[in-house]
Design a protein around this ligand. Sequence first.
Ligand code: BGC
Length: 759
Amino acid sequence: MTNKNDARIQELLQKLTLEEKAGLCSGSDFWHTKAVERLNIPAVFMSDGPHGLRTQKGEADHLGLNESIKAVCFPAACATAASFDTEMANELGTILGNECNAEGVDVLLGPAVNMKRSPLCGRNFEYYSEDPYLAGKLASSYIQGVQSKGVGTSIKHFAANNQEYRRMSNSSNLSERTLHEIYLPAFETAIKEAAPKTVMCSYNQINGVFSADNKNLLTEILRDAWGYDGCVVTDWGAINDRVQGIKAGTDIEMPGSGGINDAEIIAAVKDGSLDEADLNKVVERILHLILDKEQMNGTVDWDEDHKKAVEIEKESAVLLENNGVLPLKEGQKIAYIGEFAEKPRYQGGGSSHINSWNVTSAMETANEKNRQTTYEKGFSADKDLYEEDAAKTAIECAKNADVAVVFAGLPDAFESEGYDREHMQLPKCQNKLIEEICKVQKNVVVVLHNGSPVECPWADKVSAVLEMYLGGEGVGEATDALLWGEANPCGRLAETFPLRLEDTPCYLNFANDKFNVDYTEGVFIGYRYYDTKKMAVQWPFGHGLSYTSFKYSNLRLEKETMKGQDTVVVSVDVTNIGSRAGKEVVQLYVKDQTNTAIRPEKELKGFCKVALEAGETKTVSMKLDERSFSYYNESLKDWYAATGTYKICIGHSSREIALETSVEYITEKELPFTVDMNTCLGDVLAHPVTAAVFQEMMKHAGSHLASEEQVNNKDDLMMQSMMNSMPLRNFKTFVQIPTAAIQGMIDHMNAALDAAKNQ
Ligand code: BGC
């Protein structure tokens, strides 16, 4: 694609000295690229991200330790993902883009789209989901929002950075299929749909190669296969071998290494080990990032943005359980218990940490609204200590109320960037207090403040559970509105809540080796694992309740058969059958019925959030294409959907499928197939070309092996399956065909395959 700055950039490439070119490849400080004043090349200013501005104008750091400007802290991605709302993700992006303009920020460091492989990853709160389709769609909308304001984004952390433990050195070891099917698609979708100005490469190694050195990742996949033409920026300090990085496609090293790596680039060009043309490609991309900037003027009304943070959180919280106790009713005596009611935990630690504009608590909001609530601390929000006296008063307070609302959650120290959680439990003091309160009060509501699933041993004893996640600075107002029914919960889980840590798919292989992490569970993460294994879970992926209820009907397909690149529109009617307005998230899962590859039982391939008045019906439509049915086939090195039947399931969650239909898909792709001594007879007979050749040859040899009766003798299952799984080399043993003759047959079949391919 041509661009208005192309000519100027070519001119600059001629004028820049080697030293200046190398200099452009790294930051001048923590947040800026280098300016070249003599040629009027300005610097680019970057800032974290992703759920608010951590803009540092003084002392800088990448761990959220030093001061940053005051800014609105929006709900973290763990929460906004649960909104399943792409329009809202776009709105959030637009608000952030505007804030960036007001603060002179050119690139916002987000969104973060790594998959939630284990609930223990310390940084899950910043990530969207265990599902790549959902994460990709949300990220793409967010990026379009930010970039609509002329501000760049940095989708991160590319790729397979799914734990904090030794994140700067550990190697994530995974199959090509797992990488393409689970860990890359969120990036791929966002890159193809939203073209983020930058991609941030991760700290870790992938199969032994650092992301910053990884040509396969940064050039072959990102640029050649996905058509990306933006800049790759390293995570802060993720550079490994600077010269290899240039060759691999790493453009900007952040935050720079005081000129050490720039000097390595210069030396490599001078000694011929780095082609200057490779450096020029990098510099050209960097110049585009700098010169294509379209800074707009921005003014921010931070109080207005705070209100937006409250609205976003209302759309994101998930009502996990409710026996009717919620919403709370005027006139009831309500006990608020737990320090989180006063001091909510609303954001995580590390580089995303915001110096918040105005934090509101549920207690403060209740007081402002003159709710009939009493408050007892019960336990401290920041430690795991059962304080007998405080607990006793809280239990007494709960006993004397009509409903006890316990504000529980994870203390700050339990989850943060930089380290992983060691278990999935809430502090023991909180679990104990909830159990004790359940003994004296039948109406117990638990409100959760956490960035990732926790075990809830009391789940069957309480009347309601409201998951607020790390809901941003407006979490108090949002909680109040949801508890008291001024807002209707409409979030759905973007991740499974397993019953216990031991049930999680990577329990045996997570953050327990200094050098490597083997993704042995393959493509089976999250619900892909639990649903395929039919395991009991606490709350499934996609689950979430409302104060109203919804019914699906009239599921229909635009067509019943599709071929190659065809698409099919799936439509379904949704009715609000309750008595108040609400929002439903219609989820579309695909189940492969072809039995051609080992695949998850079902996979999310569409979703749509729809607002409905009481009694109202709307039709929701979602489009499926070849990719919706495909898995990544390693021999083809591409996505592949076999010919056959695919079920289309419409559900309220991955475990609550309401309607099903199916579509027949006919592929136009052919899997590579060649015959050798170890090819099994069954495979030869399953392919039309080799089957025909083989049967012909057997007929001539007078063998019964491939006779009609033999092949079709369905009664003799044992015989048939033995034959089907017999490699051709065994013809020697069982049919006494000499090796040379078998090889002759093989050559014949391969020649026929070639001929068919070239037709
Ligand atoms: C984090 C990034 C962040 C960067 C700059 C790193 O430690 O991994 O997500 O954008 O610091 O603060």
